[in-house]
Ligand binder design. Structure first.
Ligand SMILES: N[C@@H](CCC(=O)N[C@@H](CS)C(=O)NCC(=O)O)C(=O)O
Length: 221
């Protein structure tokens, strides 16, 4: 029987993009069933209505950490380092992304900015409202930066790992905000890594319809 592999998610979703990039890099052929969070389709595969979910033949896997484990165990574990110290660094970065980066930077700055812009709030007022959350976000991104290896092209040094695919989509979206320069200054190692990583084929392939892409189209109008 031919393999059937479907990722259920949306191009703008950072966690969906993580999986799309990783599977493309690992040459796991799959189709993308496009759905937003909290649709009927999203709830069919995830009791919380979140995305992404992975469907492999009759098996449904939701939550990206479980999807990562499934890909490692079923298709290829090339993105998980065998060396304990590199693996610990990778897991710490993924955990930091799912917690601090999401809570304090995405939900603290990026989403409120999106909301204020959709309400046509004046830019000066947005800047004023974001002042305190941005200070907090600056501390967080600075702390993340200190975790990035100084040598090598990847977050964990010379080894491409899951951490690169987890962290990249959120950073790419953050670097598309008017606050990008502030973030780059607070996180020079992340900025350097981002500048190299953004040229990769799987990164370019998954760029259309991301938040960064949508914002770049808006600003060129
Ligand atoms: N813990 C979930 C997080 C997934 C997640 O939050 N996905 C976002 C899209 S990137 C979503 O579905 N958001 C809808 C919401 O926050 O209610 C996982 O690892 O899969």
């Amino acid at each position: 029987m031919a393999e059937s592999i479907t990722l259920v998610g949306a191009p703008f979703s950072t966690f969906t993009r993580t999986m799309r990039m990783a599977m493309r890099h690992l040459k796991v052929e799959h189709k993308l069933e496009k759905t937003k969070p909290h649709t009927k389709v999203a709830y069919m595969y995830n009791p919380f209505g979140r995305i992404p979910s992975l469907i492999h033949n009759d098996q449904v896997i939701f939550e990206t950490l479980a999807i990562r484990d499934y890909i490692d165990s079923t298709f290829s574990n090339a993105l998980t380092p065998q060396d304990l110290n590199t693996r610990l660094k990778m897991d710490q970065l993924i955990s930091v992304l799912c917690d601090y980066i999401f809570h304090h930077i995405i939900f603290g700055v990026a989403k409120p900015r999106e909301h204020y812009e959709s309400q046509k709030m004046a830019e000066s007022k947005i800047v004023e409202r974001l002042k305190t959350p941005l200070e907090q976000a600056g501390k967080i991104i600075g702390a993340v930066d200190s975790m990035v290896d100084e040598v090598g092209s990847f977050l964990c040094g010379n080894k491409l790992t899951w951490a690169d695919y987890f962290v990249y989509p959120a950073i790419a979206d953050l670097f598309s905000l008017p606050e990008a320069e502030f973030f780059r200054e607070k996180a020079p190692r992340l900025a350097k890594w981002y500048n190299g990583f953004r040229e990769r084929e799987e990164v370019i392939y998954t760029y259309p319809d991301t938040i960064a892409d949508i914002r770049s189209k808006k600003s060129s109008l």
